[in-house]
Ligand binder design. Structure first.
Ligand SMILES: [Zn+2]
Ligand SMILES: [Zn+2]
Length: 763
């Protein structure tokens, strides 16, 4: 049977459910491949491996196989090879193999399968997301023809002079040569080469070569620092785990400025001395050149993986890592998939950061993937934070991980004093200004003392709302349930969810009243206020608007570090791990921005942010202090952050979470349904919830269902959104329930839905 014929047989009634049988798997010497496609399906499809592909195909390579309606050639990943299944099913054949080498090792295949199972998505979707696009298309490389003498070559053969010259060059060359080099050395054109090929005297071999390399600045190597007792003890706990060659999760709870990074570095030193490698995950915004330099000054080969790499650069880094020529990989979330063959340690710094959770399919949390990878490799995982998530803290207290505490700053520097300023009756605040009286005075004092100031405000733009005094309406995005933020620099009102922007008229779109007022304070407005109140004082704003150009972030920080600019203000971009000895004042302009969000972690995030920002000062003998402006001065999250009392915050918060049956005491899966028509969506969501509830009853599942209810942001990008929450003390019943219910849900429900396991965002 020829291939075209085979396809025709099947295109008639082939469905999306899977490949249709066409050929009996008869002889036992046949080989079948398990293939997964980039679809939200759990199914692994079996195909016959044609004779010609047998010696080529390995698990981890991509293939083309007939799939779906009309048997279209579709790209999938081969995840396994084996004899045909016993049920003498009829199988289709693979068409071709795409990659010369596996893109993933067997271990990484196993890890990606675990992700699919845990986060309820397709294995093929995970694979598609985990292997970078630049790696798949071999970005930055090209195929080059090299020439060499064939075995037929006989030195006695008489040749014309130019052909003889080519042969002489190849005889003396140690390796095959490219055409250009060959013609140059032989002093001839291309035609003698072609003639020699026709005669069978020389042959061309194709090789893929890198047309691209990364050049690094040479960085002066720095010796390891002397550790204090706390650091030394932490390091010895980690080294114990390393030497025992067993998996252990270690939660390194160290206050800001306690020197956690030096502990990581020296632990990695140990790992490298065994000939092994390490992965260090940091939040994307902490991946500053300063951080990178810190690692490059200690280790010979550091690969950095972040979202700004070009495809070619990423491919190159990936190859270096896979080849084993890298000691340390530093990167954001997805660096957890770095193809290190001999991994010895994983570190996640700033473990509490929400960016470790991916918000698109696969919706994995890097912490959990890291834990799984470390378990598989029998190596330790270090989670470091001054403000660990309640999940990590509870794990340590239930002995699923080991808690290591570093409660002192290096050189016994004191934690900075934090003053809570109630701005409810502040005359400046009442006028809508961002800098209240106390903060203004503190700034004046710091400046007259030649100190530097950091002002933190978690709202970008000029004003987060344009409000009509007459009817009380504010200007909203036509596609989202969100007010538009006025951006003065670009003179437009912008939706921070979908990037819709408009140049608003001065008239209210609802009632026609003229004179819209700007309400609230964003970083641009704060910048204007600092310039007005402190004429002649240079001020630098750092947020995603002002720092969009590559390198601008580092350039700004360098100017601040060198003291060129006394005031740095910005969003959480400035709250992360920056270390400036001369900062003597930190002002939290509005501590309440996150507090009132409808999110079960709102207080936890408020505590984390204030603690992190406060940690930016008092890092030298000059000392420093922190002012926190709030309208909720009795809020425990703010009070405990001011006292640098993590345990004091965490204990009542955990009790509260336990009482309300929320994480970390219960596992959640959040289902978001969306559609363009609200009434329709509401009905469909109800059917969805009823179907799930019926399944829960049938299966006698311990899962609890909540909803459907409109999501906090009910309208987003022109779609309405409803959500349903499933919870249980363990994840397994939720996963079982979902798998059992999905086929029925797909039949009954006619709206888009997604499931988010362990959701971090509750918007
Ligand atoms: Zn109005
Ligand atoms: Zn919008």
């Amino acid at each position: 049977m020829n291939n075209a014929r085979q396809k025709n047989l099947f295109s008639a009634d082939h469905t999306e459910e899977g490949p249709y049988p066409w050929e009996l798997a008869e002889a036992s010497d046949q080989l079948t491949a398990s293939i997964v496609f980039n679809r939200p399906l759990e199914t692994v499809y079996m195909y016959l491996v044609p004779e010609a592909l047998r010696d080529i195909l390995q698990p981890g390579q991509r293939v083309r196989a007939p799939f779906g309606r009309g048997d279209r050639p579709t790209i999938g990943f081969c995840v396994d090879l084996g004899p045909p299944p016993k049920s003498s099913r009829l199988l289709k054949s693979l068409e071709s193999v795409i990659d010369n080498e596996p893109l993933l090792s067997p271990k990484m295949l196993e890890l990606t399968r675990w992700i699919a199972d845990r986060y309820l998505c397709g294995w093929g979707q995970v694979l598609e997301s985990v292997v970078p696009a630049g790696v798949k298309k071999k970005a930055g490389t090209r195929v080059v023809r090299f020439f060499q003498l064939t075995e037929n070559f006989d030195a006695a053969t008489k040749l014309p002079p130019k052909q003889q010259a080519v042969v002489e060059v190849l005889r003396s060359a140690e390796e095959p040569l490219e055409a250009e080099e060959l013609t140059n050395k032989a002093g001839c054109g291309i035609s003698p080469i072609n003639t020699l090929r026709k005669k069978g005297i020389i042959q061309a071999v194709r090789q893929r070569t890198t047309s691209w390399t990364v050049e690094f600045d040479l960085i002066e190597k720095v010796d390891d620092l002397q550790l204090n007792n706390d650091q030394q003890q932490s390091l010895s706990f980690i080294c114990d785990a390393l030497r025992a060659k067993r998996h252990e999760t270690l939660l390194l709870h160290g206050v800001t400025g306690s020197g956690k990074t030096e502990v990581y570095i020296q632990a990695i030193r140990e790992v490298v001395s065994y000939g092994k490698q390490a992965i260090v995950l940091v939040p994307e915004i902490s991946l500053t050149p300063q951080t990178i330099r810190q690692f490059r000054s200690r280790f010979d080969n550091v690969a950095v993986l972040h979202s700004h790499l070009s495809d070619a650069e990423r491919h190159w880094q990936w190859q270096q890592i896979a080849r084993g020529s890298v000691q340390v990989v530093v990167g954001a979330r997805s660096a957890i998939f770095a193809p290190l063959a001999n991994l010895g340690l994983i570190v996640i710094d700033e473990e509490h950061e929400t960016t470790f959770k991916q918000e698109t399919v696969p919706r994995y949390h890097a912490r959990e993937v890291a834990r799984r990878r470390a378990e598989m490799e029998n190596i330790p995982l270090i989670l470091g934070s001054a403000t660990p998530t309640l999940e990590a803290w509870q794990d340590a207290h239930e002995n699923r991980s080991r808690l290591i505490t570093m409660d002192k700053r290096i050189e016994n520097r004191p934690m900075p004093p934090v003053v809570i300023v109630d701005v409810r009756n502040d005359p400046h605040s009442q006028k809508g200004e961002g800098i209240g009286r106390a903060l203004g005075n503190a700034m004046r004092m710091a400046l007259s003392d030649n100190g530097q100031i950091i002002l933190f405000l978690n709202v970008r733009g000029f004003a987060p709302a344009l409000w009509c005094r007459a009817c009380g309406e504010s200007l909203r995005c036509p596609d989202c349930d969100i007010t538009l933020t006025w951006h003065k620099d670009r003179q437009f009102a912008l939706c921070h969810s979908c990037d819709y922007n408009t140049v608003p008229s001065n008239r209210c779109p609802s009632c026609g009243h003229s004179g819209m007022r700007m309400i609230g304070m964003g970083t641009q407005r704060l910048e204007a206020e600092v310039k007005a109140k402190f004429p002649g004082v240079k001020c630098l704003r750092m947020d995603s608007d002002s720092m969009s150009k590559p390198g601008s972030h580092d350039a700004a920080l360098e100017r601040f570090r060198h003291g060129e600019v006394p005031v740095l203000l910005g969003t959480q971009m400035i709250a992360k791990g920056l270390d400036f000895p001369n900062v003597t004042l930190v002002g939290v302009v509005d501590a309440d921005t996150i507090l009132h969000q409808p999110d079960l972690r709102a207080t936890e995030r408020t505590f984390q942010l204030i603690s992190q920002v406060a940690g930016r000062t008092g890092r030298s003998s000059r000392g420093g202090r922190v002012l926190v402006q709030t309208c909720c001065p009795t809020e425990p999250a703010i009070l405990k952050a001011a006292e640098h009392d993590y345990v004091g915050f965490v204990q009542p918060e955990l009790a509260h979470r336990k009482e309300f049956q929320s994480p970390p005491f219960r596992k959640l899966a959040r289902i978001i349904l969306r559609g363009p028509n609200e009434r329709d969506l509401q009905q469909q969501s109800q059917i969805f919830a009823d179907t799930l509830q019926k399944k829960i009853n049938e299966m006698e599942s311990p899962a609890c269902l909540l909803g459907p209810a409109p999501a906090p942001i009910t309208r987003l990008k022109a779609n309405y959104r409803y959500h349903i929450q499933l919870s249980a003390t363990e994840l397994e019943p939720l996963q079982q329930l979902w798998r059992a219910a999905v086929p029925e849900l797909q039949k009954k429900v006619n709206v888009e839905f997604i499931v988010d396991v362990d959701p971090v965002s509750m918007r």
